[in-house]
Design a protein around this ligand. Structure first.
Ligand code: SF4
Length: 211
């Protein structure tokens, strides 16, 4: 299966995992998010994965980190719309601090499942405005670079949320070095700006290898 645009995501039969390449240096996080979230809608992916989905909700549990853009999007979607950022984080998030680092994640219920997951119908209650970590989750193995890109985007966006909430200095990032500073949506963040040099080099290689 293949998705072609500024970002290409494909199933690699050789390594049996999803792999990702950046085809255009001007690609943004929005391009990445749209490409990856579209993968599961493709017929081949549906055949490969959806038939086996039993709505177990495992993909809606565990650590669910939030970025500053996720929070804006959830608010715009109607969740805690009138709350200030720190009130929103207190109501729907879980803020944890350890060794000088701050982690902001979606709040879980007593079953360790996302509190926004509707137990009655087994569906996400904020589907249209769900966070990037949810949109880009694929229930299949990922290559090193596909997994690393997802992690580096989320880390950068979460650091900016930490900074915006005044909880710390953004886990070491300043406003000048923070690609999410002043940004309201993922279209305003270049993938190049969130990637380490090593990751960017790997993502823009066109030889099909991941490192
Ligand atoms: S926001 Fe929705 S998709 Fe994301 S973990 Fe919660 S219930 Fe699942």
């Amino acid at each position: 299966m293949m998705s072609v645009g500024k970002v290409r995501y494909r199933w690699d039969n050789g390594t049996e995992c999803y792999d990702l390449e950046v085809l255009d240096p001007a690609a943004t996080v929005a391009d990445y998010e749209q490409t990856v979230s579209g993968i599961l809608a493709a017929p081949e992916a549906k055949k490969r994965h959806s038939e086996h989905c039993v709505a177990c909700s495992i993909c809606c549990g565990g650590r669910l980190p939030l970025t500053v853009v996720d929070l804006y999007r959830l608010k715009m979607g109607g969740l805690g719309m009138a709350l200030p950022l720190n009130g929103w984080a207190a109501a729907y998030g879980l803020v944890q601090q350890q060794d000088g680092c701050v982690d902001i994640t979606l709040r879980l219920d007593e079953h360790e499942t996302c509190a926004l997951w509707n137990r009655e119908d087994g569906l996400c209650s904020v589907y249209e405005s769900r966070p990037l970590i949810c949109r880009t989750y694929i229930c299949a193995p990922l290559s090193w670079r596909a997994s690393e890109l997802r992690g580096q985007i989320v880390n950068a966006g979460e650091d900016e949320l930490v900074r915006m909430l005044g909880l710390a200095d953004g886990n070491g990032r300043t406003e000048k070095t923070q690609p999410f500073a002043g940004v309201l949506d993922y279209g305003g963040v270049l993938l190049r700006d969130v990637c380490s040099d090593r990751l960017w080099h790997s993502l823009t290689r066109q030889d099909g290898t991941s490192e």
